[in-house]
Design a protein around this ligand. Structure first.
Ligand code: AMP
Length: 280
């Protein structure tokens, strides 16, 4: 695997490696890699792409500085995992390489999408996400961008940005990898204590319960029950909701037909966990 820290050099290598018409696949990450990340790398490799991964802990998407400061870093094991998976290139930029002194932060018109759920609880988060993904896409110019459904709203935001800006990259959304307990894999899980790790799967248990029990009509009571259960177990719930899967408009009275998604975010101690599940 080639490891490259410079944007220009990385762009040159991708271009050179794909000059005979091979497609390129790109997986942006913040490192502390787990099997969920690696599943995205594998999808790209299986599709026959020249596959690149980036590791960059992007400061502009952290609305909480302590969360940024404590974000886990496991670079040498990340490199081993990428090598083992067969990744072709790792882009490992410095902050200066992504945001040079003359970088002017653009503003992205995300509208409703950044006013709800993660957008509401993490002001500015999606502007930061778009800023880094836009910049990375300009450098990598991939045929395909692989994203995890684990960050459902992020997939929608990035799809909107790519379409609004006319970026010629196709987006592939990949399923969420979970621990045997049901807990969605996440770099932040590393920071859970042993006791918190036993409680954390409850979010996915409640989403599964929602999926099993949701019926046409009012959905409030079923959601309230889950929030109560999570509260009792010691979670501080930001949201546990049902939304239209296509536009994230909240659903309180389900028509029994439209595609819906259950979305959840909750703190266990100082660790904020998110998860989601398509419900039909
Ligand atoms: P992150 O390093 O958290 O920014 O994630 C990098 C990419 O990996 C994003 O597209 C995530 O949605 C995706 N990802 C994170 N966790 C998982 C998971 N458990 N299963 C599948 N993809 C994931």
């Amino acid at each position: 695997m080639i490891i490259c820290k410079l944007a220009d050099e990385t762009q040159r290598i991708v271009k050179e490696s794909t000059k005979d018409g091979q497609k390129s696949g790109f997986i942006p990450t913040m490192g502390a890699l787990h099997d969920g990340h690696i599943s995205l790398i594998q999808k790209s490799i299986q599709a026959g792409n020249f596959t690149s991964c980036s590791i960059f802990v992007n400061p502009t998407q952290f609305n909480n500085p302590a969360d940024f400061a404590k974000y886990p870093s496991t670079l040498s094991s990340d490199i081993d995992k990428l090598e083992e998976a067969g990744c072709d290139l790792l882009f490992l930029p410095s902050q200066n390489e992504i945001y040079p002194p003359d970088f002017k932060p653009p503003h992205y018109k995300l509208g409703y999408l950044e006013s709800v759920f993660e957008g509401k609880y993490r002001p500015g988060h999606f502007q930061g996400v778009c800023m880094v993904v836009d910049r990375l896409l300009k450098i990598m110019q991939p045929t395909l961008l692989y994203l995890g459904q684990k960050d459902y709203q992020q997939c929608m935001v990035i799809s909107k940005m790519v379409s609004d800006l006319g970026i010629k990259t196709e987006i592939a959304i990949c399923p969420t990898l979970r621990e045997n307990s049901g807990l969605a894999m996440s770099s932040r899980n590393m920071r859970l204590t042993a006791d918190q790790k036993t409680k954390a799967p409850l979010i996915s248990t409640e989403l599964l319960r929602l999926k099993k029990n949701i019926r046409e009509g009012n959905v409030d009571s079923i959601l309230e029950e889950s929030i109560k259960t999570l509260d009792k177990a010691g979670f501080k719930v930001d949201y546990f909701s049902v939304a239209n899967a296509a536009n994230l408009q909240p659903v309180t009275n389900w028509d029994g037909q439209s595609k819906i998604v259950g979305l959840a975010a909750a703190f266990l101690g100082e660790i904020r966990l998110i998860d989601n599940m398509l419900l039909n």
